[in-house]
Design a protein around this ligand. Structure first.
Ligand code: SAM
Length: 339
């Protein structure tokens, strides 16, 4: 079904939360059953050359101990987590400061040669089309790059003059190069209005995203926006439900920020259209320094603790974990891959 911005606006303003959540859950279960895909999230470096106003790993935050996990150690972490059943690994870091593109290409090439039944997702910020081609050739399957907010002025203010159109251009480049493409936004950034939220949804829809990650903005006291208050979580639930309705075949994670802002935040999103969880597989000695926002959950959990906890939580809402590689049905449809 095709949606215009007016249809999206109509759903947002005229339908109540429980109606939208129930409809989204039905659509999700029709397409993905009650299965929740797991992705192992490895935050392999907190170095970042940027100074985004909202982000705890911004370069000017001198309170963090900076780290960069070397390729050999990354491979041994992946070996260990693969043995637990994981088939998708998300490698995330700040914008490259000392890391070289070649290091990442070599890493991905080695991992993909080791295992032929896994998918690698990168989330390392902005790259040119030429750089993306190198990443694609090294074996990267999926890429996550949130556009953060679909408003040129606020985007530029939050990211020290960078242009939203360049971020969007990269997302179109990812699609053209046939990456499974993910993006999304934060909810509750300063200056955000309902109209901007509608533009966020419209942009996700127009990009026909394969994966959409949204989450509440959580003010971090060690950033220039530390004094702000987060928006009520209901808005994130409503927007998740709307995303499922307008993009029925996309993968939608229940993000860590949602579980941080409210104890059962991830479950609430999983009951409202989300179908992916991304347990953190970063070793404990590094995890506490990838502090985008305060009170981040699961900082001392081992992967076994984490799987036990998620199994219990999913059980309570009638869902179940799957270790399936979990390619987005949206991507499969676009590429005419049968399933
Ligand atoms: N450097 C890459 C990038 O910018 O795409 C990936 C790492 S970045 C830290 C990952 C995501 O964290 C951002 O896209 C942003 O949406 C989210 N994030 C950063 N600070 C946050 C905050 N204070 N609250 C919630 N989410 C935050």
């Amino acid at each position: 079904m095709a949606y215009s911005i007016n249809d999206i606006r109509d759903l947002y303003f005229n339908c109540d939360l429980s109606y939208l959540s129930n409809s989204a859950n039905k659509i999700c279960e029709k397409n993905y059953g009650n299965k929740i895909f797991l992705r192992g999230l490895l935050e392999f470096s907190n170095e970042c050359k940027m100074n985004c106003l909202y982000c705890g790993i911004r370069n000017d935050n001198k309170k963090l101990k900076r780290y960069k996990i070397g390729n050999e150690e990354i491979i041994s972490i992946i070996d260990k987590i693969y043995k637990k059943g994981f088939k998708t690994f998300v490698l995330q870091c700040g914008e490259f400061l000392t890391i070289k593109l070649k290091e990442i290409c070599d890493l991905v090439y080695k991992i993909k040669n080791r295992y032929n039944d896994i998918a690698i997702t990168l989330s390392c910020g902005y790259f040119s089309k030429k750089e993306l081609k190198l990443l694609k050739n090294s074996g990267v399957d999926r890429y996550l790059l949130r556009f953060e907010i679909a408003d040129e002025k606020i985007y530029s203010y939050l990211k020290n003059g960078l242009k939203l159109k360049d971020r969007i251009e990269m997302l179109y480049n990812l699609k053209e190069l046939e990456f499974e493409t993910g993006s999304g936004f934060m909810v509750g950034l300063p200056g955000e209005t309902d109209e901007i939220l509608m533009k966020n949804l419209e942009l996700c829809y127009n990009l026909n995203l394969d994966m959409i990650g949204i989450g509440p903005f959580i003010p971090n006291p060690d950033t220039p926006l530390g004094h702000l208050k987060p928006k009520p979580f209901e808005t994130t639930i409503k927007l998740t439900a709307l995303l499922r309705i307008i993009l029925p075949y996309s993968n939608i994670p229940a993000t860590t920020a949602s579980g941080t802002i409210i104890p059962d935040g991830r479950e609430q999103l999983l009951k409202s259209g989300a179908n992916v969880l991304m347990p953190n597989i970063t070793p404990e000695k590094y995890k506490a320094n990838y502090l985008l926002y305060p009170n981040k959950i699961c900082l001392t959990d081992t992967i076994d603790d984490c799987l036990k906890c998620l199994n219990l939580r999913l059980n309570q809402i009638g869902k179940t974990i799957t270790f399936d590689i979990g390619t987005s049905l949206n991507y499969k449809k676009e590429k005419y891959i049968c399933h």
